[in-house]
Design a protein. Structure first.
Length: 95
């Protein structure tokens, strides 16, 4: 599967109402390490998802060591829409 198709499928799965599907997508992102989907993950986090999904996203962000992801998180810190999760983003940079 091409990278773009993978991102499209993951984006759709992240919007699912099925918690198991969303968690599986988050795990797939963890395994693939695809930084192009990080803004989708952050959008999901600010949408007040169920606690299991929030925890999985925060764990994912705290585990990331890829510099391109850190750069994306730093950009997100500058955006007003991410103010509600700013603390989590800052913590993820220091983890």
């Amino acid at each position: 599967m091409t990278d773009d198709k993978s991102i499209i499928l993951l984006s759709k799965s992240l919007k699912s109402n099925d918690i198991i599907e969303v968690l599986a997508s988050i795990n797939q992102i963890r395994v693939s390490g695809n930084s192009k989907i990080i803004f989708n993950i952050l959008d999901l986090l600010i949408s007040n998802p169920p606690i299991e999904i929030s925890k999985a996203i925060i764990e994912l962000l705290n585990e990331v060591k890829n510099q391109s992801v850190v750069d994306i998180i730093v950009k997100a810190l500058e955006e007003e829409r991410f103010i509600p999760i700013r603390k989590d983003l800052i913590i993820s940079c220091w983890s």
